[in-house]
Design a protein around this ligand. Sequence first.
Ligand code: HEM
Length: 343
Amino acid sequence: MPMPTEVHYHDYLQLDKILNAQSLESEKHNLVAHDEMLFIVIHQAYELWFKQLHHEADSVVAIMSKPALNDNSPELQTVVHRLSRCVTILRVLVHQIDIMETMTPMDFLDFRDMLRPASGFQSWQFKELEAKLGLKFEHRHGKEYYTAQLRPEQVEIIKKAEGSQSLLQLLNSWLERMPFLKEGADNSFWDNYKKIYGGSLADAEKNNQSAFEEIFSDGGDTVLNRDTTITRSLSPAACRAALFIMLYRGYPLLQLPFQLLNCLLEIDEQLSSWRYRHMNMVHRMIGTRIGTGGSTGKDYLKAAAEKHYIFREIAQLNSFLIERRKLPALPAEIEKHLGFGLL
Ligand code: HEM
């Protein structure tokens, strides 16, 4: 059998390609712009991390797309582990802005005009990631702007992601399959919970009682969906399951599901931190000038940051928690299922 050729660090990492992939526009114009190298390297580093985020997200989507994700198997642990890795990567991406900010506005002006109309807005990997996680086209800020700035083949990639089952949709199906509250329990559990919750509200919060009905009662979501600007992704059954997980997360069987929900909230929070830091950096760098991609710059980024929370419906459920000491005791049958099996 022929010996496999020895792997060499340089070839394995294809450093020839990566280290020769920085071609400065300023050099092409015979001008000096020292910081353009930093600008290119940092964007390339981001794109590589986006690639890794896709790798993780794809694997999580593949596991969660199975007809029945087995919560009592290593699969759920793998999902949580990989989503936690995404969170860690996103934290690094937020901090990378520190490096970008070592470039001053005057340093940027040395080469900024040579970049037009290129813009981070054309990062199709970023847009595709948002879509894979669950950002719907109709919920995007500046929809037409987004399709107009990308090449047709890149729009195709994002449309494909928008048309596929997103992590948010798969989460909904997984939550709907959660068996515990179907086993005879039960409307009486939720009726009781609703009463305790209602009793915990301050006068100024009494509207939450009807919101409770709309979010958790079957058929209640049609009330919310009457407002065509708000299409909910999580069904009442899924919301009940998620709230149940949050409330009873101490039980062994609910610990991983709780971590999964927590990871999704953390992903949203880190993405949002990135958006705000990026927006502030843009403000500091170009003030109120328009972006190289032609958007209103800071104003566009601010609106997108406010609108593009992907897992906001999970965060919203935290409005419906009650104090731990007031939690209704679970029916014995359910409690048995949530613990470690007795030998
Ligand atoms: C000097 C540094 C930077 C400036 C002045 C800047 C400026 C802008 C502006 C003005 C926009 C809005 C679109 C436009 O009109 O161009 C934008 C979008 C964007 N930028 Fe940057 N950017 C910088 C660095 C970065 C870096 C390092 C990344 C990393 C990948 C990045 C990624 C993005 C992304 C993904 C968008 C689209 C955001 C969305 O649509 O929600 N930018 N940038």
